[in-house]
Ligand binder design. Structure first.
Ligand code: PHE
Length: 472
């Protein structure tokens, strides 16, 4: 199988593609706001500890499983456990999760494109009106943007691993870094910018509690694209002689660095232009932040740099987020694509066509669940709240199933694949891994506290979301 399988052209190609998946909407807005509200520098320290001590081992488990089996998640689990093993359900779950989250992510990416087009075509004043967002998501133009995003993702994925996924990452990721740096340099030169930097970085350990800690873990997990089968799939496009350990570390560093740097763009911008903002007032929701708060902030720039300048800054920001979102969306949809291609012997074209129909239908339903169609808007009720179809996908897959998938992969590696085989496999391409501290640490942590922490987070999320009574 491995002979015909397409591979990334090099380790750098893999790193860029995996970083492209990891760097997404969560980095640009979710992380900076979470840090500012939850203890600044203290949050950053906790986040970094989670990335290093919890996420990197899981990341290596996912990438290692993919590289060893040269298969998508569904095939990966059964290739080690056997087709009749119960583990096949874990494989299916790791395919269904990105399938559903792709729907969710698609909807948000479509909105970003819409706002990008507005900013580029001189409509900054329109999107700066906080009321506009509600109208926009229920208007007909979203369908046009939906077709545009779907076409772009299709065009990238149909070209395959090297000429599609890798090429898109090779173009978009460096562009993203450059745009981010331009934005940071510009924002830091605004008056009062350093008030924002202060809120972002000065540690406040008194803000740390159970909710903040579990929030930091979820953010790190989500940001590194774990629990989604993506790193299994991308790992399967890596050759055995490529160093996996070094690659995983670089992906984690790149992702964290972008998230950190985005904070140096968002917070100074907010505090320079709205000096009276209180960190507590910032919305927890990235969606509210991107689509209602930030456009208003960009509009305020016109007093110093004119409408044209303000529109240019807003356009750059939305382009940056759009690039981040597209490379993530591509990685999400690659998982079910790879499964259809292998399991049902489909061409990539046919697999993508099948996904366009199925995911497309669900995306239309999600798009219509913000008020267009009552049945989808008030889809179900639980935890004492009425939930839309979009909310249900977010609750079930984003919040609940992600840590559960992480737990399953730990258990699988330790109890089924067995740690010595796993270690031997990871060591291919990196002669220093055997006997290293990292190896010892992974041996210990993956069979002890990592699964325990993930299980606790999972149970807490279930109790919180569906029963309204969190443990902490
Ligand atoms: N890691 C991406 C982000 O930070 C989101 C993402 C999650 C992408 C899961 C792919 C899969 O926004």
């Amino acid at each position: 199988m491995s002979e015909n399988r397409e591979h990334f052209s090099s380790r750098i190609g893999f790193i860029l593609a995996a970083a492209g998946s990891a760097v997404g909407i969560g980095n640009m807005v979710g992380f900076p706001v979470a840090a500012t509200k939850n203890g600044g520098g203290a949050f950053l320290v906790i986040y970094a500890l989670f990335v290093v001590f919890l996420c990197i081992p899981i990341m290596l488990a996912e990438m290692g499983l993919g590289r060893r089996t040269q298969s998508d998640p569904q095939g990966a689990y059964i290739s080690i456990a056997g087709a009749s093993s119960k583990w096949r359900f874990a494989g299916w779950l790791a395919v269904i999760t990105p399938f559903m989250i792709g729907v969710f992510y698609m909807v948000v990416t479509v909105w970003i494109l819409g706002y990008l087009v507005h900013a580029l075509t001189g409509g900054l004043d329109v999107i700066a009106d906080p009321e506009y967002f509600g109208k926009f998501i229920n208007g007909n133009s979203v369908f046009v943007y939906l077709i545009a995003v779907a076409a772009l993702v299709y065009a990238i994925l149909v070209m395959g691993v090297r000429n599609g996924i890798e090429l898109a990452a090779r173009i978009m990721m460096p562009a993203l870094f450059v745009m981010l740096l331009i934005m940071v340099v510009f924002v830091l030169t605004l008056d009062n910018a350093f008030a924002g930097v202060k809120f972002y970085l000065v540690p406040d350990f008194s803000a740390i509690n159970g909710t903040v800690i579990s929030g930091a873990l979820s953010q790190a997990f989500f940001s590194l694209s774990l629990g989604m089968g993506i790193l299994i799939t991308y790992g399967s496009y890596l050759r055995k002689h490529n160093d996996l350990i070094g690659s995983a570390k670089l992906v984690a560093i790149a992702d964290s660095l972008v998230a950190f740097t985005a904070g140096l763009m968002i917070l100074p911008a907010i505090f320079a232009l709205e000096p009276n903002t209180n960190p507590g007032d910032l919305s927890d929701s990235s969606v509210a932040m991107i689509f209602t708060f930030l456009p208003k902030i960009f509009m305020e720039l016109q007093t110093s740099i004119g409408y044209f300048g303000a529109s240019a800054v807003a356009s750059l920001f939305f382009l940056l987020v759009f690039f981040a979102a597209i490379t993530s969306l591509v990685s999400i949809i690659e998982v079910p694509t790879a499964t259809l291609v292998r399991k049902y012997n489909m061409s990539r074209k046919k697999a993508l066509g099948t996904l366009a129909l199925t995911m497309g239908t669900l995306t239309l339903i999600a798009t219509a669940s913000f008020g267009m169609v009552d049945m989808f808007t008030d889809f179900v009720g639980y935890g004492g709240k009425s939930k839309s179809f979009f909310d249900v996908i977010e609750d079930v897959f984003y919040q609940t199933v992600l840590p559960f998938n992480g737990l399953l992969i730990c258990l699988f590696v330790v109890w089924h694949w067995k740690q010595d085989k796993f270690n031997a496999s990871l060591g291919e391409g990196n002669s220093r891994f055997a006997g290293s501290f990292l190896q010892k640490y992974m041996n210990f942590s993956l069979r002890t506290f990592i699964p325990v922490i993930l299980a606790v987070v999972f149970i807490n999320t279930v109790l919180d979301i569906y029963f309204g009574m969190p443990l902490f």
